[in-house]
Design a protein around this ligand. Structure first.
Ligand SMILES: [Zn+2]
Ligand SMILES: [Zn+2]
Length: 74
């Protein structure tokens, strides 16, 4: 038997090992979050840090204060 993640979100197919992790994911799954830099919506809060990396790389966002705001989203 495999020990891989077996709880799967039916909306986005992300997998979790623990049902409790899946449940807390599903509370925000599909809700999305707004990027404080470009105000675009990302589909999931957990994708926001990744989206932010893009801003950091292209230099459109380097403000440490915004970083604190981001913590509220993540
Ligand atoms: Zn999901
Ligand atoms: Zn953005």
């Amino acid at each position: 038997m495999s020990d891989g993640p077996r709880y799967i979100c039916c909306k986005c197919n992300v997998r979790y090992k623990k049902i409790s992790a899946l449940r807390s994911h599903q509370r925000e799954c599909g809700v999305g979050a707004e990027c404080p830099v470009c105000h675009r919506r990302v589909t999931q809060k957990r994708n926001l840090p990744k989206h932010m990396e893009k801003h950091k790389r292209d230099g459109s966002w380097m403000d440490e204060d915004n970083m604190k705001d981001l913590k509220m989203f993540s």
